[in-house]
Write a protein that binds this ligand. Structure first.
Ligand SMILES: Cc1cc2nc3c(=O)[nH]c(=O)nc-3n(C[C@H](O)[C@H](O)[C@H](O)COP(=O)(O)OP(=O)(O)OC[C@H]3O[C@@H](n4cnc5c(N)ncnc54)[C@H](O)[C@@H]3O)c2cc1C
Ligand code: SF4
Ligand code: SF4
Ligand code: SF4
Length: 403
């Protein structure tokens, strides 16, 4: 076996590596910083087990239409603020960790984002927050299988391709396994993030120990990339101007296969799908405080309904129609920029300053608030109570309805 599946399709999920009976597959990073399986030909017995478990070669079973769609967030304000969106993932992990069941999700390490299992509630904070980077699943699927066989309840959260890989690897349905995926823009190269961190470290002369992507600022108006140093200090870079974040949202940093993503669809591979509820408009004053982060919660299975039932007392939620979820990544994959290869040629040459690459390629209008809107909202928030504008908007909407 030389090539398990093409780079255009390979998600780097590692199901093949974990399934190989001869342990002759290892993951190797390419020049762009993306991991792919490499087979040691001297040990391979050509059994093709790797290809049988590969979710890119054998598409998984998808759910049909969503059973229910909710807008919601965690009631605990601190937890919501520390989460990237509405903190639904936080309440679900809390439920499992508090009962000493097993939770598996992405956390930040010196080696970037990795997936890990835990049964310790003390770990909960590490899982909070989206790590906008390809998370290395290490041996998690194997470890999950062991836990499932012992009869323990396991909750796995990850990208849809990781959930599909886990299910292919397990090769049977377990009643005690629960899965949650995200609506996924794609995962950016681990190399660009690593290089960005090195640049920040050089600039400030100290080591970065953690990153918070889309960190919610105290005024709740803007999201920032937060680089946290070993001495506890940090720097904030406005998301729309940060080299790494721009390369991600403008798609230059994405893995090749994300442009052919098989999971950008309404039918899902998990019990629950979470995402940001972009364009959310509250229907009543109870839901007015949505600017702290609001999630879409898509229930795809009966197990998903059970999950929501388990945490319903800890969340604020209302049923919505899925047509209201304006989330492009639910319908089609991101587009590969025409000059993607040119960006990478420049990047890999290494002798062009990042500012020059940014000027040359990362020029599309920022998808976030434009500067003048941001400044205006900052002004309003400085002089009026929290959520003043939300209340004005909701009242106007109600008046319009009455008229
Ligand atoms: C790479 C990536 C791309 C995304 N793209 C979109 C998008 O296009 N549109 C959209 O609406 N939402 C997207 N999301 C989801 C969004 O950022 C929130 O994670 C989601 O709305 C849930 O929010 P939350 O507040 O409940 O959880 P969060 O606080 O965001 O917690 C994140 C949960 O996701 C898991 N996770 C974190 N990082 C990773 C990772 N790198 N790989 C796999 N799992 C991870 C953690 O285990 C944790 O359980 C993306 C998330 C990631 C990680
Ligand atoms: S063909 Fe079999 S032995 Fe060879 S890499 Fe694949 S799983 Fe391993
Ligand atoms: S199983 Fe995953 S890592 Fe292996 S070839 Fe298929 S997609 Fe790539
Ligand atoms: S865009 Fe698709 S292929 Fe890429 S990480 Fe997300 S789910 Fe996986």
């Amino acid at each position: 076996m030389e090539l398990i599946c093409s780079h255009e399709k390979c998600t780097g999920c590692q199901a093949c590596r974990m399934a190989c009976p001869k342990h002759c597959i290892s993951m190797k990073e390419d020049d762009k910083g993306n991991i792919y399986p490499a087979v040691d030909q001297t040990l391979c017995i050509d059994c093709r087990r790797c290809q049988k478990v590969c979710p890119s070669l054998n598409p998984p079973v998808f759910s049909k239409q969503p059973l229910k769609v909710y807008a919601g967030w965690v009631k605990d304000k601190k937890a919501r603020k520390y989460s990237t969106s509405g903190g639904i993932s936080y309440v679900l992990s809390k439920h499992f960790l508090e009962k000493k069941d097993v939770f598996c999700g992405a956390l930040w390490t010196n080696d970037g984002a990795v997936h890990k299992l835990s049964s310790d509630i003390a770990d909960i904070k590490k899982y909070q927050g989206s790590k906008y980077s390809h998370s290395d699943v290490k041996d998690c699927y194997k470890e999950i299988r062991e836990e499932l066989k012992l009869g323990r309840h396991v909750l796995f959260t990850g990208t849809p391709c990781q959930v599909a890989a886990l299910r292919k690897y397990l090769n049977k349905e377990y009643e005690n396994l629960f899965t949650v995926d995200i609506i996924c823009h794609g995962v950016p190269s681990r190399r660009i993030l690593r290089d960005r961190i090195k640049d920040i470290e050089q600039e400030h002369g100290k080591k970065v120990v953690e990153m918070r992507f889309r960190d919610k600022q105290p005024d709740q108006l803007h999201t920032c990339c937060k680089y946290i140093f070993e001495d506890g200090t940090f720097v904030l870079h406005e998301y729309s101007k940060d080299f790494f974040s721009r390369s991600f949202v403008d798609n230059y940093a994405l893995r090749e296969n994300c442009f052919n993503c098989n999971y950008s669809r309404i039918q899902r591979v998990s019990d629950i799908t979470m995402a940001d509820f972009w364009g959310y408009q509250p229907k009543s004053l109870k839901f007015i405080k949505y600017e702290l982060g609001v999630s879409i919660i898509i229930v795809n299975s009966e197990k998903g309904e059970r999950l929501i039932d388990m945490v319903k007392d800890s969340i604020v939620y209302e049923e919505r129609d899925y047509h209201e979820c304006i989330n492009r990544n639910m319908y089609k994959p991101q587009l590969k920029p025409d000059d993607y290869d040119l960006y990478w040629t420049d990047y890999e040459r290494g002798n062009i300053p990042k500012s020059e690459i940014q000027r040359k390629y990362l020029t599309s209008p920022t998808p976030f608030l434009t500067t003048w809107k941001y400044e205006m909202r900052k002004f309003v928030n400085a002089f009026f109570p929290e959520n003043f504008m939300n209340k004005v908007r909701a009242i106007l909407k109600i008046i319009r309805k009455i008229r």
